[in-house]
Design a binder for this molecule. Structure first.
Ligand code: SF4
Length: 754
């Protein structure tokens, strides 16, 4: 029998509402949910393939446990027994930091990934935490932490109202947006142009987004911070700085002007390969627009000055009066945000509270660089214990981190490893235990993270579209049991994890004089929670304590889970609104324009003014039907234009004797890979582009389609030594490489290009 069910799409950051068609217990179709308050019916090819993603026959159905060196199917009880027996001796003998945790990007796309990893990290007490953030977005967290005192206070462009949008290192026509949640991002850009607005794109590639722009600047990769600094300089130099109504909340303007003194457009032009007049024009247009927003994404984050570039994005928004105003860049307010505290000084943001053991990388936001994971496992020092056991949740760092070959060997040397993963992939094949979560249609969904980045405030929740298959365990229960197994409480009721979180949260809230439940009895409040299970009760609690919540009766019209369930297409909470100074948690209580770690890093940027790298440099590439390495096992999402080819400019190709479609060898500091050349003038001269997430050619995986079309692992070209020092983010863009036809030797330097 056929029926429909609503499900928020978890396949990218846009969080579109889907209407699934379910036939005989399987998802057989997906279309955009026209009633969805946020996405209003939008869907992309990935969302349309939801059924194929959900029913991939290579998804694991039962846990796997390693016996005599081989992974064998096991019961859930056997699997968690093995986890407890594998992790606890490491903790007891070597301490909690000897157990590493790796959280992959899909964690932020599941409800379980939002609720349980914080409990896992705190319960274990390890400082060996590595996540996808340090190959992707940590610079933005660090710059927000330093500017605003809160690493999660990220201002997003007000796409639907702005008059002028400047995108740097972002390609939302392929990615559908990142660190900016906006279903139908392409449609919103077209609407900007239709209402007379201006779109400027800065990118070394002429991407689909660049082709839509009024102006495209093909910058030299890795020089984003120089260009943005020169724009900020121009604003000061030409008297265009206007902080607008937010001026009372901003400090450090004079110090900033002095710090940028050397970054004239004329000085930056050579390094960026953008003429000085063009840089000045960018600044003038930004200042002249009635409203404007600068938005930087992965191309500007994954570079040697990623934190400085991320900082300068917000600096430009501040200097033009566009931070925290409609049409500019605003701070979203999610329904599950904590109870807003009164404005005033906070505790600030600290970097480097501890360091990695081998190369002394500072922690950022409690995390160590994913690039350092292999050395933290395989290198002995006098600075404490190496990582001897690993918990990987939805993580495939063998493909997503630099130098997968070294990490591959390091993972093989661990005393114990557990992976929570639906696939036996390049990373989970090393695990001693694999715990497979159910397919997405069998899981509930709420976007804890992406609603804090959404261009419109709204809240949505979808219960599982399908019941759990026999033998499956809910992902929330898997993670709750994992918490218990690794913290010495193996065998306890998993509901105890949710109950403990609820007790602690309500206890804190009732002691907080600014909370709507101040002074009330936590037990009474807990008894008021609704929901079918622990995760739903936690969601109800967060909604009720949040900024739109009912405060457990204090505001009878406020949000509760019951009210949300009565609105299956979600509840619109209105456009983004100015919020300063409330989100600020700096010690001054103001936006601190020139934080000390930023000022200390500026000499490094100054030195880059004189750099003119020769030869070829590598940049990444995103495709609409792909998201990292997750979906390469789904035939509907691979092939066609979604291929792992090396984009190369025709003149570079000719100089190196490379012909379109023929295989080339690409050599970087970390190794060499082979890929077909795709000769195109869509990249500027001196730049080659290879997409990431490929390289499914290692033995021992169970992803048949991906293994048949493996592609090349771009991260194998990196050796993990290049990092943005403030954030620990891997440098993935602007990396020197050498390229030659497969039949010719790859030399260190190609004279034709130097
Ligand atoms: S844009 Fe993203 S969230 Fe929307 S349907 Fe596509 S993959 Fe899903």
């Amino acid at each position: 029998m056929s029926r429909t069910a609503l499900r928020i799409c978890p396949l990218c950051e846009a969080t579109c509402g889907l209407t699934l068609t379910v036939d005989d217990g399987r998802v057989t179709g997906a279309r955009g949910d026209r009633g969805d308050v946020f996405s209003k019916g939008f869907i992309c090819p990935k969302g349309a393939a939801f059924g194929a993603v959900d029913s991939d026959p290579d998804r694991l159905r039962t846990p796997l446990v390693r016996v005599d060196g081989e992974l064998r199917e096991a019961t859930w009880e056997e699997a968690f027994d093995a986890v407890a027996a594998g992790i606890r001796p490491v903790v007891e003998r070597h301490g909690p930091h000897a157990v590493g945790i790796v959280l992959g990007n899909p964690n932020v796309h599941t409800m379980a990934g939002g609720l349980y990893p914080p409990v896992l990290i705190a319960g274990l007490g390890t400082r060996s935490l590595f996540t996808a953030s340090t190959v992707d977005q940590m610079p933005k967290h660090v710059s927000s932490g330093l500017l605003f005192g809160d690493a999660n206070a990220i201002a997003v462009p007000d796409l639907d109202r702005t008059d002028h949008l400047l995108l740097i290192g972002a390609n939302p026509l392929e990615s559908n947006g990142s660190l900016c949640t906006a279903p139908d991002f392409p449609g919103r850009l077209k609407a900007l142009k239709a209402r007379g607005g201006t779109l400027t794109v800065i990118d070394p590639r002429r991407t689909r987004t660049a082709r839509l722009a009024d102006r495209h600047i093909a910058i030299r990769p890795g020089t984003d911070a120089l260009l943005l600094a020169a724009m900020a300089y121009t604003l000061f130099d030409e008297g265009l700085v206007d902080l607008g109504e937010r001026a009372p909340h901003i400090q450090g303007l004079e110090e900033l002007a002095a710090a940028l003194d050397d970054f004239t457009p004329e000085a930056a032009a050579g390094a960026c390969d953008v003429d000085a007049a063009g840089i000045r024009a960018l600044a003038r247009e930004l200042a002249a627009a009635p409203t404007a927003a600068v938005y930087g994404r992965i191309g500007s984050c994954t570079v040697p000055h990623g934190t400085l570039a991320s900082w300068l994005v917000d600096v430009l928004n501040v200097l033009t009066g566009n931070l925290d105003r409609p049409g500019g860049a605003l701070f979203p307010q999610a329904a599950t945000d904590r109870t807003p505290r009164p404005a005033g000084p906070g505790s600030g943001f600290a970097l480097g509270r501890w360091h990695s053991r081998v190369r002394r990388h500072p922690e950022a936001k409690g995390e160590l660089p994913l690039s350092a994971l292999a050395e933290e496992i395989d290198t002995a020092t006098d600075e404490g214990e190496p990582v001897r056991a690993l918990i990987a949740v939805a993580a495939n760092p063998v493909l997503s981190a630099p130098d997968g070959d070294r990490l591959d060997k390091a993972l093989g040397s661990l005393d114990f490893m557990v992976s929570v993963d639906p696939y036996l992939n390049e990373t989970s094949r090393h695990a001693h235990v694999v715990l497979p979560p159910p397919p997405p249609a069998q899981s509930p969904h709420h976007d804890f993270a992406f609603n804090t980045l959404a261009v419109r405030n709204q809240v949505r929740y979808t219960r599982p579209a399908l019941p759990l298959e026999a033998g499956r365990m809910a992902e929330t229960e898997i993670l709750a049991r994992l918490v218990l197994a690794v913290t010495g409480m193996h065998g306890a009721d998993p509901a105890a994890v949710d109950a403990t979180v609820i007790d602690r949260t309500l206890g804190r809230a009732t002691r907080d004089p600014h909370s709507p439940v101040h002074g009330r009895d936590p037990q009474d409040l807990a008894s008021l929670l609704t929901g079918d299970n622990g995760p739903e009760r936690r969601l109800d609690m967060m909604l009720r304590l949040g900024p739109y919540g009912d405060g457990f009766g204090a505001d009878p019209d406020g949000l509760t889970l019951d009210r949300l369930l009565a609105h299956p297409h979600g509840i619109d909470l209105g456009p983004l609104r100015p919020r300063l100074p409330q989100p600020l948690k700096t010690r001054s209580g103001k936006v601190e324009l020139l934080p000390e770690p930023i000022a200390a890093d500026l000499p490094r940027l100054r030195a880059a003014l004189d750099e003119r790298p020769g030869g070829l440099v590598l940049v990444g590439r995103r495709h609409l039907r792909s998201n990292n390495s997750w979906m390469h096992n789904v035939p509907a999402l691979t092939g066609g234009s979604n291929r792992c080819t090396l984009h190369m400019h025709p003149e570079d190709a000719e100089a190196l004797g490379v012909r379109d479609g023929e295989p080339v060898r690409i050599k970087g500091a970390g190794g060499e890979v082979t890929a077909p050349a795709e000769v195109t003038d869509g990249v500027r001269r001196g730049v080659v582009s290879l997409p990431h997430g490929w390289g499914h050619d290692r033995p021992g995986t169970r992803m048949r389609h991906a293994a048949a079309e493996p592609g090349a692992n771009v991260n194998q070209l990196l050796d993990g030594s290049l990092l943005d020092p403030l954030s620990g983010n891997a440098v993935l863009n602007g990396v020197p490489v050498d390229v030659a036809p497969l039949t010719a030797p790859v030399t260190e330097k190609h004279e034709a290009l130097t």
